[in-house]
Design a binder for this molecule. Structure first.
Ligand code: PAF
Length: 291
């Protein structure tokens, strides 16, 4: 039976008795979709106790408007989690973290300033801070994270290493709709007239991946894809960049596993995606596949 826990003191009491169990933790901000479902199924299949948190973390929003309109579907979320057979749902109320009186900040440094951190300066500090809070409270053996938020995974791995947590990070591939669109809570706030256009993000990534495999991808084509997305109807391309998987640094002559990362805005909604490119080198303005 799934148990919903609303108060931190009740959670602490409960988890005192569960300390010798293996805790599999899946942090979420709710409005659960197939991507979450797939991640949660993976966690449930592991031995131990599954705990899903639903908390829209105010610290990771750089704009109040974005925080206020973040999609919510609590009843459907609770129904899904119960059907899936999650053991505990931690659903803290706003008193868990009152952003006006809460002042402690966890900052992971360099990697938080790239890609999504560039135009959302305090975003990843907000993520790191809430994750540290959850790790301290739950002391999970494993934390489950989806690869759509690839930068977030690297940041959480780094803080776990730097702050000596023993939690293992278990990642899960991006789950996509039939047309390639990555499932995201934010997809539901894109207007119906723009839904079709959103697929172009995936199509650009796929095309870049294919051209790289054929060793035909020259750097200047990045701009072509950015312009194409704008032409289709995106308001802004925050970034479209090839980076090393290990630390998101820029590729040079040394071969490294890479991904292409994108963030684009439509209807004022910020969407992200990424795709594996394999082991590459960068030579004479070309991204070349070495595998
Ligand atoms: O990926 C998310 O939904 C959030 O960033 C997380 C990890 C739940 C922290 O608030």
């Amino acid at each position: 039976m799934t148990e919903v826990i609303l108060k931190l003191n009740l959670l602490n009491k409960k988890f005192k008795d569960l300390r010798n169990h293996h805790i599999n933790f899946i942090p979420t901000m709710g409005n659960l979709h197939f991507g979450h479902e797939s991640l949660i199924r993976k966690a449930i299949a592991k031995k131990g106790i599954s705990v899903v948190s639903i908390f829209i973390n105010p610290l990771q929003f750089t704009e109040n408007k974005d925080f206020k309109r973040y999609p919510k579907s609590l009843n459907a979320d609770l129904g899904l989690l119960k059907r899936l057979g999650v053991d505990y749902i931690f659903l803290p109320d706003a008193s868990f973290l009152k952003s006006d009186i809460y002042t402690t900040n966890v900052s992971v440094g360099n990697i938080t300033n790239l890609l999504c951190g560039k135009d959302r300066p305090s975003h990843f500090d907000g993520v790191a801070t809430i994750i540290v809070k959850f790790l301290n409270i739950l002391q999970p053996q494993s934390i489950f994270l989806g690869e759509k938020d690839f930068q977030q995974i690297l940041i959480i791995k780094k803080l776990i290493k730097d702050l000596n947590y023993s939690t293992k990070v278990i990642t899960h591939k991006i789950v996509r709709e039939k047309n390639g669109l990555a499932y995201s809570s934010r997809n539901s706030i894109v207007s119906s007239s723009n839904r079709e256009k959103v697929i172009e993000i995936y199509q650009s990534l796929k095309l870049i991946q294919t051209e790289i495999k054929k060793n035909k991808f020259i750097n200047s084509k990045i701009n072509f894809h950015k312009k194409k997305l704008i032409k289709v109807g995106f308001e802004k391309i925050n970034y479209l960049e090839i980076r090393k998987e290990k630390d998101l640094s820029i590729l040079g002559k040394e071969p490294a596993q890479c991904r292409i990362f994108v963030s684009a805005v439509i209807d004022g909604v910020r969407l992200i995606d990424n795709m594996k490119l394999g082991k590459l080198i960068y030579k004479k303005n070309f991204y070349l596949s070495t595998s």
